[in-house]
Design a binder for this molecule. Structure first.
Ligand code: SF4
Length: 241
């Protein structure tokens, strides 16, 4: 055994200094640079031609994985080529179409109610008017829709309109706490507010995607692969190195 680096039993070598939590814009930019070197740049472009498509797809992505939500959305669009047709259909037909996306009854009811509200508010099944609102106005409107919380609204506004919100999914929530830019006791809403303020607008899109990639590949919920992590020298939660 290396006498200067005896194990403490905690996974950290004795005498190794625990890094301080990553704080501030400079710390977040450093994380962004490291992750960019690992996973590359991410060029922003809207994923959907229509905001309402993006919103329904984001709703379908709740509590499931990408493959299932893509399939559910594709089946929904095949069954109902227009949102008018979906709005006029019995909720059971929507439920059947989106079944691969999970909790399909709840999601189908939300989609029906949401479509009705959009029609009432804008006179059409279209959310293009959101593009005319400022970022906070668009956020407020979305938070009034059924099934739309801060994460869903932030995803839509960042990915479709490029507004400077920072969605905090389960990977980012975990990584943020491990690295220290989200306090240990913060809940989801507080985490969103912290990250909205802390992450510079010009890196929000890239950092969001790269943190998720890092959470999936390296900083997993169980058995994080700290020895392979490009952030290990800055991480107070590192283990096994
Ligand atoms: S993998 Fe380990 S070192 Fe890297 S961010 Fe996660 S806990 Fe920290």
């Amino acid at each position: 055994m290396d006498r200067g680096r005896r194990s403490t039993g905690s996974g950290k070598p004795e005498g190794a200094r625990t890094p301080r939590p990553v704080k501030g814009k400079a710390g977040i930019r450093l994380v962004d640079r490291r992750l960019r070197a690992c996973y590359g740049d991410r060029l922003w472009e809207p994923r959907f031609d229509h905001l309402l498509d993006g919103l329904i797809h984001t709703l379908l992505s709740q509590n499931t994985n990408d493959a299932n939500s893509h399939l559910a959305f594709r089946r929904l669009k095949e069954r109902f080529p227009s949102w008018e047709e979906a709005a006029a259909a019995p909720v059971e037909h929507i439920e059947e179409a989106i079944r691969p996306g999970g909790i399909s009854r709840v999601k189908a009811e939300r989609i029906k109610t949401l479509l009705e509200k959009v029609r009432r508010d804008f006179g059409t099944y279209c959310l293009a008017a959101l593009g005319e609102m400022d970022a906070q106005g668009a956020m407020s409107y979305l938070l009034g829709l059924p099934g739309v919380g801060r994460k869903t609204a932030s995803v839509l506004l960042l990915f479709q309109l490029g507004h400077p919100f920072f969605p905090v999914d389960t990977h980012i929530f975990r990584l943020g706490k491990r690295l220290g830019f989200i306090p240990p006791r913060a809940g989801s809403l507080e985490a969103h507010e912290i990250m909205d303020r802390a992450v510079p607008a010009d890196i929000k899109f890239r950092l969001h995607l790269n943190l998720i990639e890092h959470g999936r590949r390296i900083c997993r919920a169980r058995n994080p692969r700290c020895a392979e992590c490009c952030l290990r020298d800055r991480c107070p939660s590192r283990v096994h190195i």
